[in-house]
Design a binder for this molecule. Structure first.
Ligand code: ADP
Ligand code: MG
Length: 620
């Protein structure tokens, strides 16, 4: 007989789970210590790791600040902004290739790959290199192994992008306990520090992504009311705009039309440094030398000039803010606090515009570079069982549903539903003797699936052949806490079931999300009309089928002239169904229903009589 003895590790002994902000530009690890105090790895901003990877040879990988130095010397072997490539195909990112100084393999199918010295790397592998480095830093800090983490992603990351992030963690030897939205993490960090109650807007403008979230904090519960943003908007775009200005000046003043990749990096570096300095200074002197052209460039740079260049980019963050307010059903006055996150929110113009749109002074007492990692650390602490006072609820950014008859979108999970969630709905067949049912999964706000985005498709079968309308198919959508969707279809009669994890081969670009949302608003009226036509047609078709079948099957019960009358109406109905007037279709449907009623009555009486003897239905 063996008996077990429980080992008491004593108070304060915890499983080590860290929070990781895996940023487009910079990454950071944070933790909660034995005394429930938050901290980041590396003091004095030293822990902030540029998300840059230099792959100098097989097994010779450098990450962070040291990798950034290789941008100049090994430009084509040095990868930055890899987060922009996560979960995307080459086609998705092709338009940006001119902005990158490293090479993308021009393969059309599957996930995009980065080509370095003849070897192709997926963004997942490259992100894993950053995570491995962060893990090593954390292990050095704690003097023990770190095996589990919470990793943050922009709220707008779709399923493929979240999955890719999770895979990168796995590849780096980390058990990814949760994928957390960045603005939600920021709200968590503020919730802890301030014990605030109320509605908060989190405005996060980093290097590559912009997120706006509206959250309600109450009794330790953080509920996301709305999210929005742009995965292609950030400080990088401001740098690019400055570079464009500098390059045209270089061409005008020094005749430098083409620059080498190394020189391009130098210009990028000068542009970013100038931008950052102008967050505190009103004017700076800019100077850099392009080695290959032997040209030294001088120029004074004033903040108002920067603001004129950056203004239109910052302006692009305003509409998502307005939309998030609308989605949350709030006016600016309904927001109690505005939180600033991300390095770019250090720009005075950003603070000013955010203050104007939300009609209040933004809240920036926490270090905007650390907020997200700290929030992730708090969530990590919750998941490692050390904290029970916080529960986190997130939302789906776009509606999810399946295709039904006539190409219509049947929404199972509406946009902004909190997750995790599970929804079941029931469907049936429209055609007789269907032995398989196609389940087509879509994402988007439009009434017709052709305007939305297909995420997955599978077939439920084999099913026993049955008349239309007889099978009962249950479709269940489950979204886990990471925002990853699982679709299950089940034939209730036979128990046959089929399920898939939705992992699209590439992501939605921000433009697509934008377009889908915009069109859903603009085209709502059209969609409703079209939906009514499709519904009217479907109903008409069902009735025609039923009437035709009855007339054939019960020819003995059809009275003189009745068949002709029914056929005439069906003829008119077919004509109306070609047109787009749903009222006319409905009118004729009612007429057909009315005309076929006596026959239906006779058929019913007939079958009842056959079943129970000679009595008429009225006498039963
Ligand atoms: P990400 O979340 O995309 O990794 P960060 O939040 O680290 O990005 O922000 C990085 C961006 O912030 C870069 O574009 C950087 O140039 C910008 N940034 C950092 N410090 C400042 C500053 N003082 N003024 C203006 N922009 C800044
Ligand atoms: Mg960030």
């Amino acid at each position: 007989m063996a008996s077990l003895l429980q080992i008491d590790l004593g108070p304060g002994r915890k499983r080590r789970v860290v929070g990781i902000d895996l940023g487009t530009t910079n990454s950071l690890v944070a933790y909660i210590d034995e005394h429930d105090q938050p901290g980041v790895i590396g003091a004095d901003g030293d822990g902030i790791v540029p998300s840059v990877i230099a792959v100098l040879g097989q097994g010779d990988v450098v990450v962070g600040r040291r990798a950034k130095e290789h941008l100049f010397t090994d430009t084509e072997k040095t990868v930055y902004s890899v987060k922009r490539l996560m979960g995307k195909s080459y086609n998705d990112v092709e338009r940006d290739t001119h902005l990158l100084s490293y090479r993308l393999a021009p393969r059309r199918e599957g996930l995009v790959r980065v080509e370095i010295a003849g070897t192709e790397y997926t963004p997942i592998e490259l992100s894993a290199m950053i995570l491995r480095d962060l893990k090593a830093r954390a292990e050095e800090h704690f003097g023990e192994t770190v095996t589990a983490a919470v990793i943050t992603v922009p709220a707008y990351f779709n399923d493929a992008q979240r999955q890719a992030t999770k895979d990168a963690g796995k590849l780096a030897g980390l058990d990814v306990l949760r994928i957390l939205n960045e603005p939600t993490a920021a709200a968590l960090a503020y919730g802890l520090d301030q014990e605030r109650k109320g509605t908060v807007a989190v405005y996060d403008l980093g290097g590559g992504t912009f997120d706006i979230s509206i959250l309600r904090l109450e009794g330790g519960v953080y509920q996301v009311l709305a999210t929005g943003g742009d995965t292609y908007l950030g400080g990088d775009d401001i740098d690019q705009a400055i570079m464009t200005r500098l390059r045209s000046e270089l061409a005008e003043q020094h005749g430098v039309a083409e620059v080498t990749p190394q020189e391009l990096q130098q210009i990028r570096d000068a542009a970013e440094r100038a931008k950052q300095a102008l967050s505190t200074a009103e004017e700076i002197a800019m100077e850099f030398t392009l080695a290959d052209h032997a040209v030294t460039f001088h120029r004074a740079f004033r903040r108002d000039e920067l603001e004129e260049i950056a203004g239109p980019i910052i302006e692009r963050t305003m509409e998502p803010c307005r939309r998030a307010l609308r989605d949350a059903g709030l006016a600016a006055a309904g927001i109690d606090a505005v939180v600033l996150v991300g390095g770019s929110t250090r720009m005075p113009l950003v603070k000013q515009r955010v203050g104007e749109i939300f009609e209040r002074e933004p809240f920036d007492s926490l270090n905007p570079d650390e907020v997200v990692a700290l929030g992730a650390a708090i969530q990590a602490d919750v998941l490692s069982g050390n904290r029970r006072d916080t529960l986190l609820l997130d939302v789906v950014p776009l509606s999810l549903g399946i295709e039904t008859v006539g190409g219509m979108m049947s929404v199972l999970i509406p946009r902004n539903t909190t997750i995790p969630t599970q929804v079941r709905d029931h469907y049936t067949t429209f055609v007789d003797n269907q032995t398989g049912i196609n389940i087509n999964v879509y994402q988007g706000e439009r009434e017709f699936v052709r305007d939305n985005r297909q995420l997955a498709a599978f077939t439920l079968g084999p099913l026993p052949p049955l008349p239309a309308g007889m099978p009962k198919i249950e479709v269940a959508f489950t979204i886990d806490a990471d925002g990853i969707l699982r679709v299950k279809a089940k034939d209730m009669r036979t128990g046959t079931e089929q399920e898939i994890d939705v992992r699209p081969s590439y992501g939605l670009t921000e433009d697509e999300v934008e377009r889908m949302l915009r069109e859903s608003i603009e085209r709502a009226q059209d969609d409703i009309n079209e939906r009514m036509v499709v519904e009217a047609r479907t109903e008409a078709e069902t009735l025609i089928q039923a009437a035709t079948k009855t007339v054939e099957k019960h020819a003995d019960l059809v009275e003189a002239g009745e068949r002709e009358r029914i056929e005439e109406i069906i003829g008119r109905m077919r004509e109306a169904m070609h047109g787009g007037d749903h009222r006319l279709i409905r009118e004729i449907t009612e007429e057909l229903d009315h005309v076929t009623e006596p026959l239906a009555q006779r058929v019913m009486n007939d079958s009842v009589q056959k079943g129970i003897g000679q009595k008429k239905i009225e006498e039963v």
